[in-house]
Design a protein around this ligand. Structure first.
Ligand code: AMP
Ligand code: GLY
Length: 425
C-alpha cells in the first residue's frame, strides 16, 4: 500500500513510525512532515488546506490510502474531497467532524441521545450568556464553539472570570470560533482520554491515556495542548471502559448514523470520571497529541491495517492488543510556550538516544537549518519511553532528556505523577 499521512507534529511522527513497521506498507509519504518524520517517510511540501493539490499528488503517486492527522483539514472537509476523488481515507467527513468543530453541535447530540455530559446552554449574545452565568454561579465553564487550537476553554472559579471569558469570545479573541459560546456545568472528577477506532457502524476501543494540560509542575499555569502523557490511564478500569462504550460511544455512533453523518476515523473522548460515572467533556475527531505517542509505543498490532479497516467499514474483523507495560511521554517545549515560544534555537544530542529500544524521540516542532536541528514550534520534542511501571518509564524518559543539549527548551519534571502516586499506594 502507498500511504499519504497528513500532518507535521509529534502525533504524526508516532503514527508514521508505527505505520512504517507494517509489512503491508509499500511507500509512506507525509505532508508536510518534519525532520523526525523524514527518518521513516518521504516528506512532501503539500498544503493540507489545498485539497485539490493533495488529490493531484495522490493520483500522481498512486496513493492507495490517506491518513489525516490534524483536525483543521477534517473540519474543512478534506476527507470528503479526497473520497470524492476516489481515494480511501482514514478520517471523518466534514459533517462527522462537527463533533470536534462545534462544541454546541456535540452538546445538542448528547442532549438528544441521552449521552452523559454537563448541563449547558448555547449563546450568540453576550448579555444572555452572562445572565446564564450569573444564574448558575461558579464554578462554571465557558467555551468558544469552534476550533480554537485548545485555547477556547475557560474553567472559571469566580463569576467575574466567566463573564470576562464571555466578553473575550464575543470580542473576537478566538475569531469566528467564538461567534457562538457554550456555557456549561463544571464537572468534578479525574480526567482521562479514551480512543475508539470507528468505521461508521462499529467503535473499537483503542486505548486510554492521561495527559497534563497545564504548562507547570503540579498542574499549574496556563493551559497547553499537552505537556506529557501516559498510557494506560489507571482510572479507566474495564468497568469504566464498558460504561463509556455503552453510555457514551455507542449512542454517539448510533446518533451520528441517525442524523446522516456516520462517524469513521478515530473518536477521542475527553472524559471526566465523576462520582456518577464517566461524562463527556468534549470529543475530538482525530488522535490526541501527545497521547498518540504513548499509544503507539504500546500497540502490538499493525496500525496501518487497523486504520485501513476503519476506513473500509471492516472493523468487525479486527481486534487490538496492547503491550502491558505503560508508556510515558515528556514534551520538551521552547521557552515562552504556550504564549510566545522562541523559535530557531539549536538542539543537539538526540541522535544517540534513538538507538535505545525503550525510548523513542518523536519530533513535534523541529526544522533543519544549515545542517542543524532547530526548534520550530511551541512543543518541539516528545521524549517517549516504556517500562515495567510508570515510574520506570518516567525514569527512562528523564534519563534520555538529560542527554539532550538544548538550553532554550523546558519540560515538566512530574509527568505521570498521579499514576506514580497510585503505584506507590
Ligand atoms: P477542552 O479544550 O474542552 O479539552 O478543555 C480544556 C480543559 O478544560 C479540559 O481538559 C478540562 O480540564 C477542562 N474542562 C473543560 N470542560 C470542563 C467541564 N465541563 N468541567 C470541568 N473541567 C472542564
Ligand atoms: N492532548 C489533547 C489533545 O490532543 O487535544
Amino acid at each position: 500500500m502507498n500511504v499519504l499521512l497528513i500532518g507535521s507534529g509529534g502525533r504524526e511522527h508516532a503514527l508514521a513510525w508505527k505505520m512504517a513497521a507494517s509489512p503491508a506498507l509499500t511507500k509512506l509519504y507525509c505532508a508536510p512532515g518534519n525532520p523526525g518524520i523524514a527518518n521513516v517517510a518521504t516528506c512532501v511540501a503539500l498544503d493540507p488546506s489545498d485539497h485539490a493539490q493533495v488529490l493531484a499528488f495522490c493520483k500522481e503517486h498512486s496513493i492507495d490510502f490517506v491518513v489525516v492527522g490534524p483536525e483543521a483539514p477534517l473540519v474543512a472537509g478534506i476527507a470528503d474531497d479526497l473520497r470524492a476523488g476516489g481515494l480511501s481515507v482514514f478520517g471523518p467527513s466534514k459533517a462527522a467532524a462537527r463533533l470536534e468543530g462545534s462544541k454546541g453541535f456535540t452538546k445538542d447530540l448528547c442532549a438528544r441521545f441521552d449521552i452523559p455530559t454537563g448541563a449547558y446552554q448555547r449563546f450568540t449574545q453576550a448579555d444572555a450568556a452572562k445572565a446564564y452565568v450569573r444564574q448558575q454561579g461558579a464554578p462554571i465553564v465557558v467555551k468558544a464553539d469552534g476550533l480554537a487550537a485548545g485555547k477556547g476553554v475557560v474553567v472559571a472559579f469566580e463569576i467575574q472570570d466567566a463573564l470576562d471569558a464571555v466578553d473575550a469570545c464575543f470580542e473576537g479573541v478566538f475569531g469566528g470560533a467564538g461567534a457562538e459560546v457554550v456555557v456549561e456545568e463544571y464537572l468534578d472528577g479525574e480526567e482521562a482520554s479514551f480512543f475508539c477506532l470507528c468505521d461508521g457502524k462499529i467503535a473499537l476501543p483503542f486505548g486510554t491515556a492521561q495527559d497534563h494540560k497545564r504548562v507547570g509542575d503540579g498542574d499549574t499555569g496556563a493551559n497547553t495542548g499537552g505537556m506529557g502523557a501516559y498510557s494506560p490511564a489507571p482510572v479507566m478500569s474495564q468497568e469504566i471502559i464498558d460504561r463509556t462504550m455503552r453510555e457514551l460511544i455507542e449512542p454517539t455512533m448510533r446518533g451520528m448514523a441517525e442524523i446522516g453523518a456516520p462517524f469513521s476515523g478515530v473518536l477521542f473522548a475527553g472524559l471526566m470520571i465523576t462520582r456518577d460515572g464517566p461524562k463527556l467533556i468534549e470529543y475530538n475527531t482525530r488522535f490526541g497529541d501527545p497521547e498518540t505517542q504513548v499509544l503507539m509505543l504500546r500497540l502490538k498490532d499493525d496500525l496501518l491495517l487497523l486504520l485501513k479497516a476503519a476506513a473500509d467499514g471492516a472493523l468487525d474483523q479486527m481486534s487490538v492488543r496492547w503491550n502491558d507495560d505503560p508508556a510515558l511521554t515528556v514534551v520538551m517545549a521552547a521557552k515562552g510556550y504556550p504564549a510566545s515560544p522562541q523559535k530557531g534555537s539549536i538542539i543537539k544530542g538526540i541522535d544517540g538516544i534513538a538507538a535505545d529500544d525503550s525510548v523513542e524521540i518523536f519530533h513535534a516542532g523541529t526544522a533543519l537549518k544549515d545542517g542543524n536541528l532547530i526548534a520550530n514550534g511551541g512543543r518541539v520534542l516528545n521524549v517517549t519511553a516504556s517500562g515495567k511501571t510508570v515510574q520506570l518509564a518516567q525514569n527512562a524518559a528523564y534519563a534520555a532528556i538529560a542527554k539532550i543539549d538544548w538550553p532554550e527548551g523546558f519540560y515538566r519534571r512530574d509527568i505521570g505523577w498521579r499514576a506514580i502516586e497510585r503505584e506507590r499506594g
